[in-house]
Unconditional design. Structure first.
Length: 233
């Protein structure tokens, strides 16, 4: 059985900081097509890749790769796979447009419809699924929704991390995560109460998000991939 995941042992030796350059360049008969900008972050690729290395029992590389190197291409490929186009991107966009708490539609004083908010979807649906995997000793990539917006360009303001453990006392949960924005720190967390999921919930965190808050999170669809082996000359 693999040892328990810990960012200081199993995270990359570099954080999610990249120069401004296309994340991916696809050659076509009509010329190169440039996709994304690495300066916006490769968090999903790093979270997926770190889990790949852990599953393989291999140490993740310590040195940041340059654009075009095999490790860089691998992380970018895992980033694109983490988006799970089109359904994964659609889910981020859908969640960005939901309210934090439940909303109720009434007709003549009677409730006819309840729209579940991000708090309920996170706490009542996603968290039990994530917890079940963690209880089996399996780290879980999660998509973190940080904005309320109907603008597709704001999709890039969301985030991805790797949950690897949790503590729970009563209705209080502290989720331990590997955040590529924070490097190999073992003290990164998302904390929340589960008592009133229908109401807007405060997700306390120290993720590398600047002033953005966590509105909710969900389990990302993950499939393992072969890791890139770095051979030192």
């Amino acid at each position: 059985m693999a040892e328990s995941f810990l960012p200081s042992r199993h995270g990359f030796g570099f954080d999610n900081s990249w120069p401004s350059q296309p994340a991916l360049v696809l050659p076509t008969p009509l010329g190169d097509i440039r996709i994304g900008n690495a300066a916006g972050g490769l968090c999903g690729g790093m979270a997926f890749a770190a889990l790949d290395y852990w599953r393989a029992g291999a140490a993740p590389p310590a040195e940041r790769p340059a654009a075009g190197q095999p490790l860089y291409r691998y992380i970018v490929t895992r980033l694109i796979q983490s988006w799970r186009i089109p359904t994964g991107v659609a889910k981020y966009y859908w969640w960005m447009n939901l309210p934090d708490g439940d909303t109720t539609v009434r007709l003549l004083g009677r409730r006819i419809l309840t729209e579940r908010g991000l708090s309920w979807r996170t706490i009542a649906i996603q968290w039990p699924r994530i917890r079940a995997e963690l209880d089996r000793g399996r780290p879980v990539p999660i998509g973190v929704v940080t904005v309320s917006s109907s603008r597709p360009r704001d999709l890039s303001r969301n985030h991805q991390v790797l949950a690897y453990g949790y503590d729970g006392t009563g209705g209080r949960v502290t989720l331990r995560v590997y955040d590529p924005n924070r490097g190999r720190r073992d003290d990164i967390l998302i904390a929340f109460d589960t008592a009133t999921p229908a109401e807007p919930t405060t997700f306390e965190h120290n993720l590398g998000l600047g002033q953005r808050r966590v509105r909710g999170f969900f389990r990302a669809a993950y499939s393992p991939s072969e890791v890139v082996t770095i051979i030192n000359p």
